[in-house]
Ligand binder design. Sequence first.
Ligand SMILES: [Zn+2]
Length: 549
Amino acid sequence: MIYYLIGLFLLLNLNDLNKENEKQAEINQTPSLVVGIMVDQMRPEYIYRFWNHLGENGFKRLVNGGFTFTNTHFNYMPTSTGPGHASVWAGSTPAVHGVMGNSWYVRELNRSINVIEIPEFEAVGGTEETDGAKGPGNMLTTTVGDELRLHTNNRSRVIGISRKDRGAILPAGHTGDAYWYDGETGNFITSTYYRNELPDWLVDFNDLRLPAEYLSEPWETLYPIATYIESREDDNTYEGLIRGQEAPVFPHDLPYLMRDHGHNYGLLNSTPFSDKHLMRLAIAAIEGEQLGHGDVTDILAISFSAIDAVGHRYGPASKEIQDAFIRLDSYLGTLLDYLEENFGKENFLVFLTSDHGGLHVPEYLADQKIPSKRINFADYVPELRQYITDKYGQDFIIAGGAYELFFDRDYIESQGLNLGEVQKDIARYLLRFEGVAGALAAETLITTEFTRGIPKIVQEGFNKKRSGDVMIWLEPMKYPSGGTTGTGHGSPWVYDTHAPMHWYGAGVPHGRSAARTYITDIASTVATFLNSPFPSGNTGNPLNDYMKR
Ligand SMILES: [Zn+2]
């Protein structure tokens, strides 16, 4: 009996030991490949609105087999592409990583710079004239990929790809490689910041001339247009035209439109086929670089841009956005099929999110009796300048727009004025204009720590050294634009801040959470999956505990 008990005791101990070993193995087991997918301007509702038209292996696979966060938000403004891509991969907000917009005014240069503009570099893979002065140097922190590279002594490969330069460059961080689309040639290119020649696999990929193929046929709906009952009628006054077009309707005659574009392959950017092109590039990159086949984890950052282009021109309620999304779903399905077949679900980790949301076309909302309006801030400028001239002797606004104003600080100082008081005065004055919801002086944002509400969101998008003198936000559904069709994003309101967040693959159970989470949580969550350090400016929190089996 005693031997039996000892035996049982040993057996139990051995069981515990095995469990402990298994746990250790699980902790040390990291996926071979991380594929981080961003869908530019994707509203999370698209998946559910178009559910009945989606395949089983794309977005539905993420929802049915992965973990979905349904209440994820951008926690800063402006909600735009540059800040979105930096915030996802750097795990912080513009206040920290310094990417305050797609471009911003620089006092020392007296002009605006593009977020990825770095003077000393040249294009690799375009033509003589291609602007390739591009790199990640305006981003002040590291990304998940940078930290993984440091962590693995550069054995991990990190690659960012996108139709947009900033959509590839910011996710690739300072130490990865980035490739983006050049409309002039129809090629994916890079800059001398990264390398002096394109890799062989990319030369081969460009030689396939896929853009010429995709633009040789009209863009028709994938399924009969009559079945697209989730979107408004095709012909309407809310939608913009592609140059050379007479009505914003299917079929969009791409071969005909190519003539109006001087046979420039940039036309691909206006169609969902730029996403198909990028999906093909993703697989070519995995194979060409043998990503996910080494001893350490590799990262591929993919940013799909078609939903953004189509959303801007036609709006979220359009037949075009419905078709573009259904097509993206099929490309995503092909990519996920490829990953499962070649790596197995336990060896790769996927996350999918966006870089910002988007507003319905204001005139469409207004016609639905919803109080939306296009606000042309330029209409306010003469009155504002007059007020400043009358009160302060000279107009001192040197740059800015509907979200931010820059003052001539030398002039203000020369008049013996207190800069903070002047900023506060202008912030208060702006409230008289229709559509302006609030404005904050830089002085207030520098000296006060906001903890909630819109001021907190404004502060997270405000960089103490780089931002302007007054930060402005408009009322919900007031869209700053001088146009008459289409729509956009950039506000601190929920239609712009609400983002999809899906996780799938290694270590990710099936589940769903409506806990409030932020876009800045993604980077440290990936790092936790990889046992890798967090980005240097990280302010988000890992979400891994939500995803326990
Ligand atoms: Zn974007």
